[in-house]
Ligand binder design. Sequence first.
Ligand SMILES: Nc1ncnc2c1ncn2[C@@H]1O[C@H](COP(=O)(O)OP(=O)(O)O)[C@@H](O)[C@H]1O
Ligand SMILES: CC(=O)OP(=O)(O)O
Ligand SMILES: [Mg+2]
Length: 399
Amino acid sequence: MTGRTILVLNAGSSSIKFQLYDATAEGRLTRRFKGRLEGIGSARPRLLAWDGAGAVLEDRGFRPEEADEVEEAQAAIGGWLVGAMGGPPDAIGHRVVHGGADYTAPVLADAAVLAALEALSPLAPLHQPHNLAPIRSILRRRPELPQVACFDTAFHATMPDLARRFAIPEALHARGIRRYGFHGLSYEYIAGRLPEVAPEIARGRVIVAHLGSGCSACAMVDGRSVQSTMGFSALDGLPMGTRPGQLDAGVVLHLCRDGMGAAAIEHLLYHRCGLLGLSGISADVRELLASPAPGARLALDYFADRTAQAFGALAAAMGGLDGIVFTAGVGENAAPVRAMIAARCAWLGVVLDEARNAAHAPRISADGSRLPVHVIPTDEEGMVARHVVEVLRREGRWA
Ligand SMILES: Nc1ncnc2c1ncn2[C@@H]1O[C@H](COP(=O)(O)OP(=O)(O)O)[C@@H](O)[C@H]1O
Ligand SMILES: CC(=O)OP(=O)(O)O
Ligand SMILES: [Mg+2]
């Protein structure tokens, strides 16, 4: 294999993240640039990019109407990427949120794979169509360019049968109505980092909290997923920016009987609930932390309460707990939110060191804390790039 470039695309719910890697003949990866278009659908969409050394390459605001939908935002950064890459990449890796029951490992995306993944779009309407749109258009224009789909659900394939179940009839379970779990590329990356940055807990029972626009927590034993707060869709579990998290199914029935149609309920649950719905102000934790409004406080209190309760449930699922890891946008950057969650976990033996927490130190727990608490920046795109090399070598596409 000679030197090649890999473009990675990660379309989240409020942002599109991208990275360009150089892959050496041995498969070693060096990041040439990374960036994101954030604030899609907000008043201030913004494109940010940095080169491999961390110097700013781009910092550009967009008018809200230029990026109020993910498709427009993808078109806007598509042009920027073509210029920045200076030529087409040799392969593209995509984060794809839902792999369903069949895709439990990264795959080369051809027309048949794409069709199977499109059938899963109703299960992740905020993500899956946006993950698949670039695969489809590149397959059409450049069918020879290898594209690898990497799944958020795949890391959770190790969950025991009990952890995959809902208390519903077997026939529905057999139809695939079960817990899948998401944010798996992030958890896989963190599992790989634990032996280096937190060797004392890497083989133990760890809760990893991926708190971003979408939020979930994973119970990991020896680096493998045994339980996730997210279930069948990316709606369940912890409260999120615009999604409610765990919600009595009776609420949905009630709205339905009250005359609200499926499309309106879907819009409500994916776009108007969570921190935004509770606060009436914003889905963005930065804005909520800066706001004196009671709604902002209510939203953050609810978020911290439900997250700490989920930690208790995940600890019970593992029969104990050896450490906690915070990651993703909120988990890596919002020290006051980490402190609110940690205060509710004092009974588990969590004591934070205020100065370390404020500095986002790698270990934010106090020296006397029974449980170590770490902050580990995630890298979903880096994980995708590694899978691209593995898959293309395995398939004989890259010698
Ligand atoms: N400095 C910060 N302080 C508090 N919250 C932050 C900060 N930076 C980012 N966030 C939060 O992280 C969220 C985005 O997380 P991220 O993991 O990038 O989301 P996604 O990939 O799902 O779009 C933002 O909506 C914001 O609430
Ligand atoms: C699955 C999910 O919620 O992803 P994101 O956090 O990128 O919205
Ligand atoms: Mg994300």
